[in-house]
Design a protein around this ligand. Structure first.
Ligand SMILES: [Zn+2]
Length: 335
């Protein structure tokens, strides 16, 4: 057997392993998309990837299907590689046999590891779906599943660190366990906080998180005055433009920067303002989560609350943060 064929099979195994992980993630994404949850990107990670979803699933059943899709895909791929290994054995090709044996085994490991019932691993999502169905509360279900996720993470950390000091453990554990464990602990914490945040904000009407005192400019103000009397005086990076109580656009720091300085005296706000995107307009029946997710999705620093075209308030990350800090017990509740 030549060195070249060894290298060739090493490259093939790496590519097929990478393809296996991708297939696992794509099957999550496919089911998520079918359930109407947009998946914006897929991050490949040490032990499989993570399909990043923009929102929570709508029902326990959706979550269950989405979560189980990945491990099922891994088992299916393992079966295919197992078949390939059998074929390689029949033809007496030992190098291919070793490669396919490794590939079916690693895909089974991937499926088993991901099925550990700690959120946000796939198994933890399946577990959460079950608890959600049982308790009827996504928040409580996430709390329990995330605690299990953290507990499992700590076990991995203990095994990883333990393997440094207690050699017999090295037979199956390494310091990598500690890294993966740490990743799991923090992922479980973050996912739980994300769920609680959504659950909390979705119950808060926009009126509670908005600032009703909106500073607006009129379209006839000169750009020079806009800078000195508005941008330099208030810590906002954009202002709504208002005419007779109605918002007709927004003007942001970038719009001012795009204009040569010598023209600041000559031009007015109406010349540089932009129309207000519909995504940045909320109504009084929207909730604080709508506001937060709109800002995140459109990378905007503020959204406006209107009532019949009249502006009634402005919401920024700061006004939401202020609400959360004065209602400090929001993070502790588990129901
Ligand atoms: Zn998965």
């Amino acid at each position: 057997m030549t060195v070249l064929s060894y290298w060739g099979s090493a490259v093939m195994v790496s590519l097929l392993f990478f393809a296996s992980v991708l297939f696992h993630e794509l099957s999550h994404a496919l089911i998520a998309r079918r359930a109407g949850i947009p998946v914006n990107n897929i991050v490949l990670f040490i032990f499989g990837g993570m399909a990043q979803m923009e929102d929570e699933p709508a029902s326990p059943w959706d979550e269950f299907k989405m979560a189980i899709a990945g491990p099922i895909a891994s088992v299916l791929i393992a079966v295919v590689f197992f078949g390939a290994a059998l074929a390689a054995a029949l033809y007496g090709n030992r190098l291919l046999l070793a490669s396919f044996n490794y590939l079916w085994f690693i895909n089974i490991v991937l499926a088993v590891f991901n099925m550990i019932p700690g959120f946000p691993l796939d198994g933890g999502r399946v577990f959460r779906a079950g608890l959600w169905k049982l308790t009827g509360s996504l928040r409580r279900a996430t709390w329990i599943a995330a605690l299990t996720g953290q507990a499992f993470g700590w076990v991995l950390i203990a095994l990883g660190v333990g393997s440094l000091f207690y050699p017999p453990l090295r037979a199956f554990a390494s310091i990598w366990f500690a890294l993966i464990g740490w990743f799991l602990v923090s992922a479980a914490r973050n996912s739980y906080q994300q769920t609680v945040l959504k659950d909390t904000l979705a119950r808060v009407p926009v009126a509670d998180v908005m600032n009703p005192e909106v500073t607006a400019v009129t379209p006839d103000v000169s750009v020079q005055r806009l800078v000195t009397d508005y941008f330099l005086r208030e810590s906002a990076s954009s202002f709504p433009v208002e005419r007779e109580g109605e918002i007709i656009g927004v003007v942001a720091v970038e719009d001012v920067r795009a204009l040569p300085r010598e023209e600041w005296e000559l031009r007015v706000v109406a010349d540089i303002m932009r129309p207000l995107a519909e995504e940045r307009v909320l109504h009084s029946d929207n909730d604080a989560w709508d506001a937060a997710s709109r800002m995140a999705k459109h990378n905007a620093d503020s959204v406006f609350v209107t009532d019949d075209g009249r502006m009634t308030g402005i919401i920024t990350r700061a006004t939401i943060a202020r609400w959360l800090s004065t209602h400090a017990n929001w993070a502790r509740g588990t129901t």
